[in-house]
Design a protein around this ligand. Structure first.
Ligand SMILES: CCCCCCC/C=C/C(=O)SCCNC(=O)CCNC(=O)[C@H](O)C(C)(C)COP(=O)(O)OP(=O)(O)OC[C@H]1O[C@@H](n2cnc3c(N)ncnc32)[C@H](O)[C@@H]1OP(=O)(O)O
Length: 695
């Protein structure tokens, strides 16, 4: 578990526990013995710790967290490193994470390969760096950097680690040689100043302010998660408590988190994310099927999904032909792609070099013939089976025989798409989630014809573009949307039964989901649900009407169609269940303007009809009835007065607009009196019984 060797006066302790050299119980025992041995050996004047194979230890062995703890603990072993009078050097390559980084922080020196990464990802499995990491990192970097790294769990590359003082030097080439060389150079130097426990936190005087800043950040960004909050508390303790007291605090919080249901669930998610890559399907699995090489790709359709998919492929270095049927759509698509990539560069998420390369890899086109030689096509047009079949049949005829043809459909049967071609074995679904460049999931779908090689290839592409890919068999809605179906439908039924979108969304958001079903619907586009419903009906030979409440005996919601008919398609039209600041906007607010207009202008229209018919003699009669009958606020003067303040011409125009959109509601038929007054710009003084001074 730990290979021990002596090179001249330097002992090298090489952790050997593939695949990631995790600190399992056996490794802890092995390391403990090796440290004792090196300390006792009088010929040894310095010690190097490193990892064998691909990496420096990537942390404690997470699989052991569910088992009873066995001594020695990591902290107990690591403390021996700091206490020894022989300099200890951590020679880092690969990923030095969690307990691995804690080990390095107990060493007197740290050197790292330029490509190495360091970090404390514990927060992502619901715990904190519990082997003194929360107390030692701030003593090196200060509170701000430590808070950021520990609460986010992000990995940083060696150059950034060097900037923060986490490592002392970068090296290239062989790890052991570099470690030995460095160890020799520090062999006789004093060590007191190299022991972190003796140091103070440099920005300790700002502890309250920094902790408050991070506390509000993590509460907002990681709403519902316990670990980030405890990370802030523990890191703050490094500045406010003596070292040993800080350790006790860290240990208390760690024990609490370890026992919490959240950590167990997050650890389950960690292993599940890896388990899904071990896919299987009839006739093959991840071990037996080999992926085909993919270099060039094509995306058909430059809408929201198509452009998002293109961004994923471009960022991963694939050539992408982006095909649209008209020049304007194509230009808009290219603009969107550039915008997404530039935005990502600005946020520091995409390196400039990647963005520059992506620009050269994008090939916008309107000609199907340009796709003849690509290795993979992903079709992302709207959900219409006939259209998709037509496209696949065309692609089948013109693409080279080895090209894989995939659809980004979110629900249509892959078998029925595949039968439009003579290469059903090379047809599959690649269902991205909106926004495709951001959401991690990729649902890969095989039909009864899809070959394991095709499955292996799309799973491989998924991995290379940074997605978590799940392989599923084709069925109505596949996995995600099939399960999401009842969720979305029940949300609509709740509305029909009296709930509001905000109420429903907030219940799910309070549970921890970043968005409730209505905000999500607005993001994906409400036309999708409508088209799925229509396609489903069509496939069953049923014609749906505006007031259909059942499909094949199943309750359906009329709201799907209502939203579609009213052009409320979500963010892309600037309005859906919520109002957005502009088409494509992100800021969801209840559509107050429309609510107010529809409630008030319909009444005002009725008021003018009441005046027109002489039911009431004056607007004052109407306004007083509202003030005393319906508690209308006096400061608004009554609905007719309010109408006049807004302007009768505006009111009239909006009433005409709603009349056009809701022709079956007679209360929207515009009042003739209102038309006359607004056309002639008659001041209220002339159509009420009072005087100008009243106005
Ligand atoms: C009970 C008291 C304990 C006190 C502990 C004290 C404080 C210390 C805490 C910790 O150190 S917690 C662990 C912190 N480290 C991590 O969270 C790292 C997690 N791993 C990764 O991020 C990645 O695996 C990697 C290291 C970046 C490598 O990524 P890569 O994509 O190359 O490989 P993977 O497919 O992810 O992993 C390969 C294989 O290894 C398993 N594995 C990875 N890390 C661990 C680990 N820390 N413990 C156990 N197993 C680990 C991973 O699950 C894969 O195996 P399979 O699941 O595919 O069988």
């Amino acid at each position: 578990m730990v290979d021990y060797s002596v090179h001249g006066q330097v002992a090298v302790l090489e952790v050997n526990n593939p695949p990631v050299n995790a600190f399992s119980h056996n490794v802890r025992v092995g390391l403990d013995r090796s440290i004792d041995k090196a300390i006792k050996d009088t010929n040894v004047k310095a010690i190097v710790i490193c990892g064998k194979g691909r990496t420096f230890p990537a942390g404690a062995d997470i699989r052991e967290f569910d088992q009873p703890h066995k001594e020695p603990s990591l902290t107990l072993v690591f403390e021996k490193l700091e206490k020894t009078t022989k300099p200890v050097v951590a020679a880092i390559h690969g990923t030095c994470l969690g307990g691995g980084l804690e080990c390095a922080l107990f060493c007197h020196y740290r050197i790292a390969q330029k490509t190495a990464r360091v970090g404390f990802p514990e927060v992502q499995i619901g715990i904190l760096p519990g082997a003194a990491g929360t107390q030692r990192l701030p003593r090196l970097t200060g509170l701000h950097v430590a808070m950021d790294m520990i609460t986010s769990g992000r990995h940083i590359f060696a150059p950034e680690a060097l900037k923060y003082g986490i490592i002392d030097e970068m090296f290239t080439g062989d790890v052991i040689n570099a470690g030995i060389k460095f160890a020799k150079s520090v062999m006789n130097k004093p060590l007191e100043d190299r022991c972190l426990m003796n140091k103070t936190v440099k920005d300790a005087d700002q502890a309250d302010q920094i902790a408050d800043e991070f506390m509000s950040l993590v509460k907002r960004k990681y709403k519902g998660f316990e670990a980030p909050i405890d990370c802030v508390k523990a890191v703050k303790a490094s500045a406010t408590l003596p070292y040993r007291e800080g350790l006790k605090m860290e240990s208390r919080l760690m024990q609490k988190l370890l026992l919490s249901g959240q950590s167990a669930a997050q650890r389950y998610a960690f292993f599940s994310e890896r388990a899904v890559s071990r896919w299987k399907m009839p006739g093959g699995n991840f071990q037996t099927a080999k992926p085909l090489p993919i270099k060039s790709t094509a995306v058909i359709g430059a809408g929201t999904m198509g452009t998002g998919i293109a961004v994923c492929l471009l960022n991963a270095g694939y050539q992408v032909y982006l095909l649209e049927q008209n020049q304007k759509f194509l230009e808009n698509g290219v603009k969107t792609i550039r915008g997404i990539i530039e935005g990502s560069v600005r946020l520091g998420k995409t390196p400039m070099a990647v963005a520059q390369k992506a620009a050269t890899l994008l090939k916008p086109t309107m000609k199907y013939e340009d796709l003849a030689d690509v290795d993979l096509v992903i079709e992302a047009v709207y959900e219409n089976l006939s259209l998709k079949r037509e496209i696949f049949s065309k692609l089948d005829k013109l693409c080279k025989p080895t090209t894989l043809l995939c659809s980004n459909t979110s629900s249509l049967d892959i078998d029925r798409i595949g039968t439009a071609t003579k290469r059903g074995d090379k047809v599959a679904g690649m269902h991205f989630f909106a926004p495709a460049y951001y959401m991690r999931l990729l649902e890969n779908i095989y039909s009864t014809q899809t070959s394991p090689t095709t499955a292996a290839t799309i799973m491989d592409v998924g991995r290379k573009i940074g997605k978590v890919s799940v392989l599923v068999k084709s069925c109505q809605g596949f996995l995600a949307n099939r399960m999401r179906g009842p969720f979305a439908v029940e949300a609509y039924f709740l509305l029909e039964e009296g709930s509001t979108p905000q109420e429903v969304d907030s219940v799910m958001e309070n549970l921890g989901m970043p968005m409730g079903p209505f905000k999500t619907g607005d993001l994906s586009g409400l036309d999708i649900g409508y088209k799925i419903q229509t396609e489903l009906a069509k496939s069953k030979g049923v014609e749906l009407s505006v007031d259909s409440k059942f499909l094949m005996g199943e309750r359906i919601s009329t709201l799907t169609r209502t939203m579609y008919d009213n052009g409320r398609l979500g963010r892309k039209t600037g309005k859906g269940w919520y109002r957005y600041e502009k088409p494509g906007g992100k800021l969801a607010t209840p559509d107050e303007e429309e609510i107010l207009e529809r409630l008030m202008y319909s009444c005002i229209n009725e008021g003018f009809k009441i005046l027109e018919e002489g039911v009431a003699a004056t607007p004052e009669d109407i306004d007083i009835s509202w003030i005393y009958g319906f508690s209308w606020p006096k400061y608004l003067g009554g609905p007719m007065y309010y109408a006049n303040r807004i302007g009768l011409d505006k009111i009239y125009q909006r009433i005409c607009y709603y009349h056009e959109n809701f022709p079956y509601s007679s209360h929207w038929i515009p009042s003739r009196l209102l038309l006359k007054l607004s056309e002639n710009k008659v001041p209220m003084s002339q159509w009420c019984s009072g005087t100008d001074s009243k106005l």
